[in-house]
Design a binder for this molecule. Structure first.
Ligand SMILES: Nc1ncnc2c1ncn2[C@@H]1O[C@H](COP(=O)(O)OP(=O)(O)O)[C@@H](O)[C@H]1O
Ligand SMILES: [Mg+2]
Length: 377
């Protein structure tokens, strides 16, 4: 029941091909290709200025494309006016009409479609219940909290059962607790509506938590697309590793490479990684420099020798940040000089003081080998 789509809306596919947009001399998008399946939740993740909002505005028809094509539900929508694209939108600042009540705000897209008043009421009640704002329908936006205004904006965006919903940083004005709660609610709403969602964010934790897939943008290009777990556990490049989650980059030299695996040497000794742990972008030739990406959770405080296959190293604690469930350490490796980040969540553990020496087990079998080029270190 909970996952049964309501309102009859199903998602539409979105396909953008070689999409370019320049504003004068600024190249905001440089030939973007992306296919989004019907009903998928895809996040566009990138730093400020990477072109996320521009891509969303082109899909919505709020900006004209410089070149390229946009297909919505299989139909060419590249030059279609915005109001004919069947797309719901929520922006960062919600942009509610201040002089209208909540009910009038939600009714706006229905009035534009000349829906009879009686029918409008039914749809307003339906979506107001869905996002939990039934009690505020006669209030003005100024009489609502930020979180409530955001719900009104979502209700207005979904009231006409669009097949595509675009959300541009919709949680950025909310405080942390409300943001966490709203993440879960948006995900549930997506499952319930079955609508295609394109969600713009610069916050990796939002993208990881909600998306079916994430497209990472950098300077007007999509640099990779993948599932949250795929992108996190197997980042193609050092940039992607450090952008999506925290990463330690261990410099290594490739010693030997076979069809099955690749052996590397490092300041911590030699390790062999299976083929599946090699970036497709890496040419594993002998003597070549590379990085092994090691996530903080794969560095553990050593108690004894550690499991077979792990390497024991000594680090000096530079910073210890305790947050209740874990302690996040910054540390310097004595042998290599490498700065490392790790998390210690062992129950009942004591906290290592700044300057203390800490023994660590490194599990390189979870590492992922990426090329040095394009690295941000
Ligand atoms: N209307 C505009 N006129 C000129 N430049 C713009 C305009 N909108 C965006 N840009 C530029 O295009 C680039 C991408 O912007 P935007 O898509 O808003 O990025 P993001 O949403 O990822 O922060 C930036 O360099 C930005 O300054
Ligand atoms: Mg933006």
């Amino acid at each position: 029941m909970a996952n049964e789509p309501v309102g009859g809306a199903r998602g539409a596919t979105v396909v953008v091909t070689d999409l370019c947009k320049h504003y004068g001399t600024v190249n905001a998008l440089r030939g973007v290709n992306l296919t989004i399946h019907a009903g998928e939740f895809v996040s566009l993740l990138g730093a400020s200025g990477s072109g996320k909002s521009t891509l969303l505005k082109l899909i919505a028809g709020l900006e004209t494309v410089s070149s390229g094509q946009i297909l919505l539900g299989g139909l060419d929508a590249t030059r279609l006016p915005s109001e004919r694209r069947d797309i719901g939108m929520v922006f960062q600042d919600y942009a509610l009409f201040p002089s209208m009540t909540v009910a009038q705000n939600i009714a706006f897209p229905l009035r534009m479609r000349r829906m009879p008043a009686e029918e409008q009421c039914k749809h307003i009640a339906r979506v107001a219940a869905m996002v939990g704002i039934e009690a505020f329908l006669s209030r003005k936006p100024s009489q609502l909290s930020g979180g409530q205004q955001q719900r009104v904006a979502i209700a207005r965006a979904i009231v006409f059962d669009p097949k595509i919903l675009l959300l541009d940083e919709p949680l950025s004005a909310l405080d942390k607790n409300l943001r966490e709660q709203t993440k879960g609610e948006l995900k549930a709403l997506h499952e319930r509506l079955g609508v295609t969602i394109i969600y713009v964010t610069h916050d990796q934790s939002e993208a990881l938590a909600m998306s079916d897939r994430i497209a990472v943008l950098d300077q007007g290009d999509i640099v990779d697309v993948g599932t949250p777990t795929g992108l996190y556990s197997a980042p193609r490049t050092a940039f992607l590793a450090t952008f999506l989650g925290q990463a330690n980059l261990l410099p290594v030299t490739i010693e030997a490479s076979t069809e099955d695996d690749c052996t590397v040497s490092s300041a911590w000794g030699r390790a062999t990684l299976p083929r599946a742990r090699l970036s497709p972008d890496l040419q594993a030739t002998q003597g070549k420099a590379a990085f092994v990406v090691i996530r903080p959770e794969h560095l553990t405080v050593a108690e004894g020798d550690g499991p077979a296959g792990t390497i024991l190293i000594a680090v000096t604690v530079a910073q210890a940040l305790y947050n209740g469930s874990e302690t996040i350490y910054s540390a310097i490796c004595a042998a290599s000089g490498l700065a490392l980040t790790l998390r210690d969540n062992r129950p009942g553990r004591s906290i290592f003081a700044v300057g203390a020496s800490m023994p660590l087990n490194v599990d390189l079998s979870h590492g992922f080998l990426v090329p040095v080029s394009g690295a941000v270190v």
